[in-house]
Ligand binder design. Sequence first.
Ligand code: ADP
Ligand code: ADP
Length: 231
Amino acid sequence: ISTSGLVHIYRSQGHDVAALSGIGITVPPGELVGLLGPSGAGKSTLLQLCGGLLTPSAGRLQIGEHNLATMTEAELDRMRAGDVGIVLQGAGRNLIPYLSPEDNVRFAQRAASRDRTLPEPLEVLNLVGLGDQARTPLTALTPGQIQLCAVAVGIATSPGLLLADEPTSQLDHRARDEVIAAISAINAATGMTVLLITHDPEVAAVLPRTITIRDGRIASEGRAGEEFAVV
Ligand code: ADP
Ligand code: ADP
């Protein structure tokens, strides 16, 4: 991810809301980065821009070889169908509850473009530690296991970038730690780049690098729990 002067303005009931007012960040391939900041800071907006779900109002936004400021809808569709994976808060909202993890992963893979080489669903589930539950319907899994399944679905196409928006916000501490451990393990094993939004200081403390945004601007950046204000 590489951005400079990234601006996003929502047009809401006749007036403009500047959600991002000039964001410059660089996340090299293979990094795991936490995105922190108070509610309304612009975290979700930045994540959605990186995923091609919103279009920048101004500035530069590069994701791998894609320049998102100039991409056509068709090119964005292709990127969303394989190059970028997304995990949202709220365990399982984007899963099919009466299917098993294996079938949920398989279903997610059907949306991927034909020219991609797809991993075996079981291989993906082993990566998140859900191999033993591969054939158990989601209705029989715990909230933590369901969120692990959501992570597996997010990486079903082996994307180069995983975007996670508060993936642990509705979990107890044990399940939270398992989900963060799974995301860290994926990052370490595959070199997948990860951008992860969290409100949880205990999660932020275990991430190798964090970026804090406030009022649509970078407030501070740091490595391994130590943040430095950006002047
Ligand atoms: P969070 O703080 O967890 O990111 P928010 O409460 O800011 O969540 O936003 C929840 C949803 O409401 C998002 O889909 C966001 O796009 C939408 N939203 C937030 N603020 C506004 C607004 N002023 N007008 C319309 N939609 C909004
Ligand atoms: P965060 O994820 O840090 O809570 P968001 O990116 O959701 O922040 O929101 C940043 C700002 O943009 C907030 O002021 C929010 O109200 C506003 N916003 C978010 N989504 C919308 C939307 N769909 N329409 C209008 N304003 C929005």
